[in-house]
Design a protein around this ligand. Structure first.
Ligand code: HEC
Ligand code: HEC
Length: 343
C-alpha cells in the first residue's frame, strides 16, 4: 500500500500515462488570399511540427555533404531569400564552381518544376540533385541515409516526425519538403497593398512602376507569384564558353534550346546577381538589357520581337527607374527575418 502511494505520486510528476506521451502536432499551411492554389498535394505529406523541425535540421546540416561543411543553407541564405549572395555561380564542396546561379527558395508549394531547366518535377525528388552533384554536396544518397542512421538525434527526430519512424530516402526528402513548403513569402508591401491591408498605399512612382510592369513584363512574370512557371528564352546573349542549353538539357528537344524557367520576382531586390548565370549585378542592368540588350538567339520568345523588327522592351530612363521602385515593393522583410526559418 505504502509503495503504491509513492508510485502514484511519481506518476503524477513524470506523466506515466500513455496519452501524455508526445504527439506530433499538425501545422497549418496558410494560403495567402492573393495566391493561386498550391500545386503540391499536401495530403501526400501532411505538415507537422516535428517533420518541419527535422526538415530544417537537415537543411542546415553541413555534415550531409562529402566535406562535412556544405549544407543546403550554404547556397541558400535566408536574408537573401535563400540565394547564395554575392556569387555569380554557386560553389560547393572544395570550392568547386557550378555554372548556374542559386535560385531563391520561397513559395515552393506553388511550383510545378524545379531548377532553371526543370530537371525535377517534384519537390520531394529535388534534393537528390544537390546531394549528388559533384560541384554541390558531392555525396551519395545511401551515405546520407547511413549518416542519419548513425546519429542519435536524427533517430529520435525521425521517430517523432513520421508514423513509421523510418530513416529512409522518402522520409528524409519529405521532411525537407515540409520545411521548404512552409517558406511562403506573401507579406511584402505589394501584398499588403493588393490585399488592402492596413493603411498601405503606393507612392505615385510605385504606382507608375506597377502599371508599366503590368503592360510590359507580366505576360511572363504572371500572377502574384510573378512567374508563369514556363520555360522561355528572354534573349540573353550566349556565352560560348558555357553554352548552357537550358530546358533542352532535360528534354533534348531543339525548340527548348536556351529556354530557362521564368523566375519569380519576389524579393528580387535581394536575390542578385540575376539570370540563370548571374550575369547582371543590378536591377538597373537587367532593365538596360530588356530595353537594348535582347539578342536574336535560337527560340527567342516571340513576345520580345516587335512588329517594327526591333527586339526587346522599349523603356526610357524614367520608366526603368519606376519599374525598379515597383520591384522593391516585392521585398518581404517578414519572410527574410522569420525566426521559424532561421538556423
Ligand atoms: C553549392 C550550392 C548549392 C547547394 C549546396 C544546394 N543548392 Fe539548391 N540550388 C543551387 C543552384 C545553383 C540552383 C539552380 C540549379 C539549376 O538550375 O541547375 C539551386 C536550386 C534549388 C531549388 C530549385 C528552386 C526553384 O525555384 O526551382 C531548390 C528547391 C533547392 N535548390 C533546394 C536545395 C536543397 C534542399 C539543398 C540541400 C539538400 C540544396 N538546394 C543545396 C545551389 C545549391
Ligand atoms: C518573354 C518573357 C519575359 C518577359 C516579357 C520579361 N521577362 Fe524577365 N525573365 C524571363 C526569363 C525567361 C528570365 C530568366 C532568363 C534566364 O536566366 O535565362 C527572366 C529573368 C528576369 C529577372 C532576373 C531574376 C532572377 O532571379 O535572376 C528579372 C529581374 C526580370 N526578368 C525582370 C523583368 C522585367 C522588369 C520585365 C519587364 C520590363 C521582364 N522581366 C519581362 C522572361 C521574361
Amino acid at each position: 500500500m505504502k509503495y503504491l502511494g509513492i508510485l502514484l505520486v511519481v506518476c503524477s510528476f513524470f506523466s506515466c500515462k500513455k496519452e501524455d506521451v508526445y504527439t506530433n502536432v499538425e501545422l497549418v499551411f496558410e494560403q495567402p488570399s492573393n495566391f493561386p492554389e498550391p500545386h503540391y498535394d499536401l495530403s501526400t505529406n501532411p505538415l507537422t511540427e516535428k517533420g518541419f523541425e527535422l526538415g530544417k535540421k537537415l537543411f542546415y546540416d553541413g555534415s550531409l555533404a562529402a566535406d562535412g561543411v556544405v549544407s543546403c543553407a550554404f547556397c541558400h541564405q535566408q536574408q537573401f531569400a535563400f540565394t547564395h549572395h554575392g556569387h555569380r555561380f554557386s560553389h560547393g564542396v572544395e570550392d568547386r564552381e557550378g555554372k548556374r546561379n542559386s535560385q531563391p527558395i520561397q513559395n515552393m508549394a506553388y511550383q510545378k518544376q524545379f531548377s532553371w531547366d526543370g530537371a525535377a518535377f517534384h519537390l520531394d525528388l529535388f534534393p537528390i540533385i544537390p546531394i549528388t552533384n559533384p560541384v554541390e554536396m558531392d555525396e551519395t544518397v545511401t551515405d546520407v541515409i547511413q549518416k542519419l542512421k548513425d546519429n542519435e538525434e536524427y533517430r529520435e527526430l525521425f521517430g517523432l516526425a513520421f508514423d513509421d519512424g523510418q530513416i529512409n530516402v522518402e522520409n528524409t526528402f519529405k521532411a525537407m519538403s515540409q520545411f521548404m513548403i512552409m517558406m511562403v513569402s506573401a507579406n511584402s508591401k505589394y501584398d499588403k497593398y493588393v490585399r488592402g491591408e492596413g493603411a498601405v498605399s503606393f507612392t505615385s512612382q510605385e504606382q507608375r512602376g506597377l502599371e508599366l510592369f503590368k503592360n510590359k513584363c507580366s505576360t511572363c512574370h504572371t500572377s502574384d507569384l510573378f512567374t508563369d512557371d514556363a520555360f522561355r528564352n528572354n534573349g540573353l546573349s550566349i556565352d560560348p564558353n558555357i553554352n548552357d542549353l537550358g530546358r533542352m538539357t532535360v528534354t533534348l528537344i531543339e525548340t527548348d534550346k536556351y529556354k530557362f524557367k521564368v523566375p519569380s520576382l519576389r524579393n528580387v531586390e535581394v536575390t542578385g546577381p540575376y539570370m540563370h548565370d548571374g550575369r547582371f549585378g543590378s536591377l538597373k542592368s537587367v532593365l538596360d538589357f530588356y530595353s537594348t540588350g535582347v539578342r536574336e538567339t535560337e527560340n527567342l520568345d516571340p513576345l520580345l520581337k516587335n512588329t517594327d523588327g526591333t527586339l526587346g522592351i522599349p523603356l526610357n530612363e524614367q520608366e526603368k527607374g519606376d519599374i525598379i521602385v515597383f520591384l522593391k515593393t516585392l521585398t518581404d522583410n517578414e519572410f527574410l527575418t522569420d525566426e521559424r526559418f532561421a538556423e
